[in-house]
Design a protein around this ligand. Sequence first.
Ligand code: SF4
Length: 489
Amino acid sequence: MAINLATADVEPRERRLKAVLTYQGSANDLNERSKTQSLKTTTRPFQQCSDCSEMCASTLSECIRGAAIVTHSPIGCAATSAGDGPLDVVTKARGVESQRTQVICSNIEERDTIYGALEKLRGAIEEAYRRFSPSVIFVQSSCAAAIIGDDIESLTDEMTEELGIPVAAVFCEGFKSRIWTTGFDAVFHAILRKVVKPPRQRQGDLVNIFNFLGGDTFTPLLGKMGLRVNYLVPLADVDTISHMSEAACSAHICETLAGYIATGLEQQYGVPEVKAAAPFGIRWTDEWLREIARHTGREDVVEDVIATEHARIEPELERVKKKLKGTRVYIFAGDSYAHSLTNMALDLGLEPVGVTTLHHDQRTDGDLDSLNTLGHLVAARGDIENFTVCNRQPYQMVKTLRRLKPDLLIVRHMHMTILGTKLGIPTVLEGDVNVSAGYDGVIKLGDRLYQALQTKRLIQNIADHVEWPYSDWWLEEEDDVYRKEGHRA
Ligand code: SF4
């Protein structure tokens, strides 16, 4: 199905990708059911916590160099924008100049819900322009703005004319989608519609890499084939973003993050999407490089690069595998990236006792089997018996982890590390995903996992002093009453 750039707002993942929020079964079963999109579980009868698409949108938009963000919302919705600590860390890791987040909230109040808040929004956009001199302004909508029906799209078009810079509306209202990663798609939708320009000239050695904030691990990897990396969109400036249409191809660190823009860019400007799983794990890196080589005319060098890299890392891989032998690991991360982590864990000889993804898309943008990372995982590695889809919900994860008792936990989001620690499970945070990419990434992950294993006594000591809010009845109850809706239907 084609991406529709004619409409101002993005189609939510529930509808577009048949995404689900709950599931309990096996990896193979989930993959089979996804082929017919037969799972319908987009709600849950009880929810302990959640997140908003606006948070995912901000993760990308706020990190664009020179961008200002206007959150058209009550002040509380803008709370996640406070502070720019991670930016300082990552600009250093990437080796680029430091930058600040530039955010203003229009502060919709109760009376605005009667009279409308467009004049407040106009004032906030003007203030952002005056205060930050930005090269682009993203106006992020909210539940309140959508409910009162403010015509943000018309105002942003008007302000684009008036200010002479792109002012792009991002429709990331939390109530429109229970799958918060819809917020990524909303920003990319706005970028494709309002920021990206037609190519002036193709750059045959330039590869778009859609990523989060992260270190520069792709330059050395792709440099071996004489290719340049175009990191998008965090830490990129507006000029770079507007000319992403000139690259030879587009790759990404996670299909869940960037499938939408890679598909849209191919559809709109003919930049081919790299149709292979992201480069996490040895074989997946091989296939990813081959696919990039095909789009950039590097077929003559790619096999040499792969062979040289295999020979280089082989002794290191054996060293790490020996240390981790017999270790049972649980993986808890976003949809596609959890599959990547599992693939790497298997390369390291670990035993994945279970996997939880925060949601699951039953199809990909463009309906591509080649980007179905769960399908790749099952086909190459076999089934994973304990496979869960769960949008955080510590009350469920505590029971699952207590039942399976892994030696190690790998999480993608920092607040879940606490859960592992409280349960006495050494936990590794996959914060900078770029670090784990490519051949060296597997070794680096292995070393970090081994280091974490050494903390077992300390972590157990902490766990021994933890008091859970859950009753013994709840923790020992086998039939999870709150999860029934997400069982195999
Ligand atoms: S779900 Fe709605 S009200 Fe809540 S933070 Fe998101 S936009 Fe604001």
